[in-house]
Design a protein. Sequence first.
Length: 411
Amino acid sequence: MTTHTVAVDTQIMRGINAAAVLTVLRDASPLGVSTIAKRTGLSRQAVTRAIAGLEQLGLAEFRAPEPHATRAGRPAQSVVFRGDAAAVVGIAIAPDVVTVATADLAGELLDRRDLPVTEPSSVREQVRAGIGAALDELSLPRERVWAASIAVPGIVDVATGTVVLSSSMAHLHGDGLRSAVAELLDCPVYVDNDVKLATEGEQWRGTPHETSSLVLVEWGERVGAGLMLNGTLYRGASNDSGDIGFLRLDPTSRPSEADRADVLGPFERTVGGAALAQLAMDAAGRHGDDEWLATLTSAPADTRLDLVIAAVRDGRAPALEAMRTVAARFARGIAAIRALLDPELVIIGGPMARCGEELLVTLRSELEGETLNQPSIELSTLGGDAVVQGALHHALAIVEAERLAPSALSE
């Protein structure tokens, strides 16, 4: 058998070592050189060289020993990861609000601004203005923004950043949004579906879970799900997995022209915000709650969901009845997800999560009779922040892959 000797370029090894040291520092900082050497398996000499390279890149620095250190001899310096070396931008776009958040490389939030959408056609300009205002506030040069990630409602071609279909925000179709941000920042700009990025946000900033298979359901006027299977976000053939609002659970129903003209899917029409509001008004009539019925009837349609949720939290009988009816229907959707994917956990996010424990009680009760063991069901602890947190997380992942990888650190 012939033995081949593989030569590894010194520059490549320097990049590999620097990446290993940087990973340790990002996980826990500050650390001494000896500790870094132990955790990476590198020699002290290799660690010192790696730190010197990271210092030149502005990614690490030595910190002077504490003045009150009492150890004999010269106190050891420690090394810290410089999260302030650069920043990332996460953007969450919804029909009523644009959220622009800026974080450093350690994931620490530096700035956040929520901009009400006054004119749908001006969303791109609002995004650019929000980014510009944040950078000015932080005195942050544009070249120090290393990546941006944008979450939008709808189907996205993530390879090109093109919004293929957004029923609620048709003016976003195309790649104009990605281009507008890329021209402003001159950095990689990623565009993805809002629920998929919200799932990343839950994994990153939500309640810690020892599970690699979960489903996040964003439940409000519309219904969508992000599927995390074996630790990987599942996208499907057309990057449209998890669009459960279009489930058709009634075996007797058939698609119609009216269905195709409606932006809501069959499941959304029975469990979404409009359905809940109508059920609440019907229940208010039956309960003789004329005052609340008048309030709901006179309220703009897009505010009724919030009114019903607030009434659920206050224990108002018609609201509770409507919520339980919708939750019973929604449980059928969870059962379908369980039969197909068998996740360990389903997290309820979106406005409906504000219904609180009463919602969980109903969902769990409705699923008790199912033959298959059902997943655990919890409420999101992030609320509306899951989407923008996911956008920030993905921007950081881009930085890690493109700016903090061994190949980048060896240049």
